[in-house]
Ligand binder design. Structure first.
Ligand code: MN
Length: 472
């Protein structure tokens, strides 16, 4: 394990291996028996443990490279991975996004210890098949790094990557930054050079999901999250720079003018993204550490949801607070797939203000379908608490807002090709309610009870004694 330089300002683990060691020390790294099947079985075990622990699969299907799943099994894990407390997670992410730390190029790194020029993806890498109706094995936790072919500025994003043959990958490119660079390369008459990085530091995965502008390098956001620049090396077969301390890199090109079938694939709304003709990556080389670890994310699983959710929350919080300083915190709820349903906690000073806040949230991201605004005494990390606020502080004829025919998520199967409704619920108490009307009950001293002194150490003996006494 390598230690980062002394300028490192956070307590974050230094790389994927340090993160795994951190989890192991805390009993949060399960080890599967050897030889778990890459098709279905590996994902089934990972899914069962998705809220409890990371899990390492040695020799999956006999493959010598182990697979790791569930790098984040809780929202607090995301905070731990960048060395902050959970309440500092969103502020820290926002600070990193606005003060990025550029990468540092180094001549070589462990990620290139082994080089395969003769590529055979499924022989060289243990790629699992995850959800039942997925078309086959998918690389799901790969950071796709592309370079602006004119300027060399890099972009990092995660795409679902279907292994289609020995050296071809079907990839879903939404109309975002990778696609913009692909178009630029097309104008120059070139394929787009890319790399897929597997087994990177958790901060890189998180940074890849930042809502950054085109030509803002997400690896620089990762550097800021970690408090020291990410060391990068140049790929062997193209000019893309990849993290020197990652586990595995697939080097290749997104071909111009080629489309091949990709999908179906199980996605975050808990439905399958359909099969269609999509862009194709031709792989030129695979490099990896001498004994690498392959990271996989179960499509639609908790890790998938939380990884997209936290960076979106940070962006939404920043957007809302610009107009409404009374907004304290936001949460994209798990039931809302960490994309569609937003809970907002605010310290309201005027009635009606929650409706303004809702409109701002709907405008902030088209994925937001439902907003519930609650007071500062409600724990928005708990769906039960949010429901309680709706049950006791909301009346549908007065506090409900519905907007018809707005743009939503195309992956929401109830929309008409993305066109759908927005719903806002004001579940805050009126500002001028009488003091006791909306005061939550509590039992005085509950939080201070020390059960080790309040209860008897040997309840069995005590019960026997009480029963014996009662008989007399
Ligand atoms: Mn980007």
């Amino acid at each position: 394990m390598r230690m980062q330089n002394s300028a490192k300002s956070t307590n974050a683990p230094a790389d994927l291996r340090a993160w795994l060691a951190y989890l192991a020390e805390r009993g949060k790294l399960a080890i599967a028996r050897e030889g778990i099947a890459l098709t279905d079985e590996l994902a089934a075990i990972a899914k069962r443990l998705e809220r409890d622990s990371a899990v390492l699969f040695p020799r999956p299907d006999g493959h010598e490279i182990p697979v790791i799943a569930n790098l984040f099994a809780g929202r607090d894990w995301v905070a731990d991975s960048i060395g902050v407390t959970e309440d500092q997670l969103l502020p820290r992410f926002l600070a990193a996004a606005s003060n990025p730390l550029p990468t540092r190029e180094v001549p070589d790194g462990p990620v290139q210890e082994v080089v395969h020029d003769d590529v055979d993806l499924l022989r060289q890498l243990p790629v699992p098949k995850h959800n039942e109706r997925d078309s086959g094995p998918y690389i799901t936790a790969g950071l796709l790094i592309a370079r602006n072919p004119r300027t060399g500025v890099q972009n990092v994003s995660i795409h679902r990557c279907q292994v289609s043959s020995r050296n071809r990958i079907g990839v879903l490119l939404l109309p975002r930054h990778t696609f913009s660079y692909y178009r630029l390369a097309e104008e120059l008459g070139q394929a787009l050079e890319i790399a897929i990085v597997i087994g990177a530091h958790p901060a890189l995965l998180l940074a890849s999901q930042a809502i950054a502008a085109l030509d803002e390098d997400e690896m620089a956001i990762a550097g800021a999250l970690l408090g020291s620049p990410v060391d990068v090396v140049k790929c062997r077969t193209n000019s893309v720079r990849v993290p020197a301390h990652a586990e595995i890199v697939i080097e290749g090109r997104i071909l111009q003018g080629v489309r091949e079938p990709e999908g179906p694939f199980g996605e975050f709304p808990q439905y399958y993204g359909p099969r269609a003709n999509r862009e194709v990556i031709e792989v030129d080389a695979i490099t990896h550490r001498a004994a690498p670890i392959f990271h996989t994310i179960v499509g639609g699983g908790f890790e998938h949801l939380i990884l997209g959710g936290v960076p979106r929350e940070a962006t939404l919080l920043q957007h809302l607070r610009r107009s409404f300083p009374s907004v304290l915190d936001v949460r994209l709820t798990r039931g809302g797939t960490c994309r569609y349903h937003l809970a907002i906690k605010m310290d309201k000073t005027n009635d009606g203000e929650p409706k303004n806040v809702m409109m701002c949230a709907f405008g902030a991201h088209y994925d937001i379908k439902q907003v519930v605004v609650v007071d500062k005494d409600v724990d928005i990390s708990s769906s039960e608490e949010i429901e309680w606020a709706v049950a006791t502080r909301f009346q549908a004829d007065r506090d409900l807002m519905v907007v018809a025919g707005a743009l939503g998520s195309k992956l929401d199967p109830t929309t008409d090709d993305g066109i759908g409704a927005k719903m806002g619920l004001d579940a805050t108490a009126p500002v001028r309610a009488s003091e006791l009307a909306f005061k939550r009950i509590r039992v005085k001293g509950e939080e201070d009870v020390d059960l080790t002194t309040a209860l008897q150490a040997d309840p069995g003996a005590a019960v026997a004694r009480l029963l014996a006494e009662a008989r007399m």
